[in-house]
Design a protein around this ligand. Sequence first.
Ligand SMILES: Cc1ncc(COP(=O)(O)O)c(C=O)c1O
Length: 416
Amino acid sequence: MTLAQVQKLESKLLLATYDRYPVLLRKGRGVYVYDDRGRRYLDMLSGIGVNSLGYSHPAITKTIARQSKLLVHTSNLFYHEYQGLLAAALTKLSGMDRAFFTNSGAEAWEGALKLARAYAKSKTNNSNGKGPKFRILALENAFHGRTFGALATTHKEKYRAPFDPGLPGVHFVKFDDVADLERSFDDSVCAIGFEFVQGEGGVRPLSKAFVETAQRLARKHDALLIADEIQSGLGRTGRWFAYQHYGIQPDLVTIAKPIAGGLPLGALLVSEKVAQCIHPGMHGTTFGGGPLGCAVALQILKTMQQEKMLSHIQKTGSYFIDALDQLQGRHSSIREVRGLGLMIGMELESADLAKTVHKQMLERGIILNRTDETVIRFLPPYIIKKQHVDTVVRELDRVLSHAQVATPAVVQGRTK
Ligand SMILES: Cc1ncc(COP(=O)(O)O)c(C=O)c1O
């Protein structure tokens, strides 16, 4: 089929939820994807933060082929060997105690919210005289997904307003504002949940002061701390989890995107004290934790360890940020470069410029993403090399030079 044929069919038959780019993808290999005309694109977005080992990685394709001939699905009424093994690997890397497997990120986040409420109930029932404990704190600019609970904790009106009223009891704290956090916390809070580096919100890392205050207040008020690591987790920031940069240990952690090489899998990791409040029948899923996804996830973790991927991410990420800092010195239209590891944002002076850059880079065969209006987001496959970074920065330089008049070099600080 041609692009025009696919577009015609979809426009008639699919819900109009996506504003797709006019590109028909056929295959991927390494850091590249290819369209129907054989044109090659350097994918600096990994699908959307998913294809961490790139496309058609032999470790993944072999595991899919082998496992698909054995067992793709079995219900969660039976055992298969990979859930336990994957839980062992993930709890070891995260410092958490137990896992629950899901189909997606939003579903993992829903599970975290449910457990936060269940944990609070189990405590309130046992302690006399305490008032209701059900409020959930989230952050302004947060993104946690599209299902009802996840949506209620997602800040932007454009996502939530069409579906109001949402889940009661959610309060948004100003991003990285310690004073507002202190004001918002009391004994009625059962959980605070956030991304340590906001992704959709414009690649914004939280400060250590904010995170440490959140942990202190959560402990003081017997509330749970939930880390949304769906985008930032599993190596993306140069550590296994973004919270490990901050030296804290959450009570619940959600992961998904890169976990199974593009197969739909997510996970909720919990501490033992939280795990104690869940009993058979309280929560479950049909597809989550199937043998195919879990076998692939185990292989991905093994490959990342064998190939010393974290150190590669740290080195390539620093190289990338340095190169973008230098680019900022040549283009005053770049307002800020920020990020951790290979989760990087470049904030431009206007949404129009960001749109132009995004479009022209695609025309030049480089896939990027624009988020929070003015931010160009990079979530490249972990396997990218310096030469790919050089290509991207060279093309950005050209696009920015034509899109506006370059001004003398002024290098500004960046958020770390
Ligand atoms: C931080 C974060 N949380 C949750 C989600 C939702 O995940 P999913 O799209 O798999 O439901 C996303 C997706 O972009 C995300 O980036």
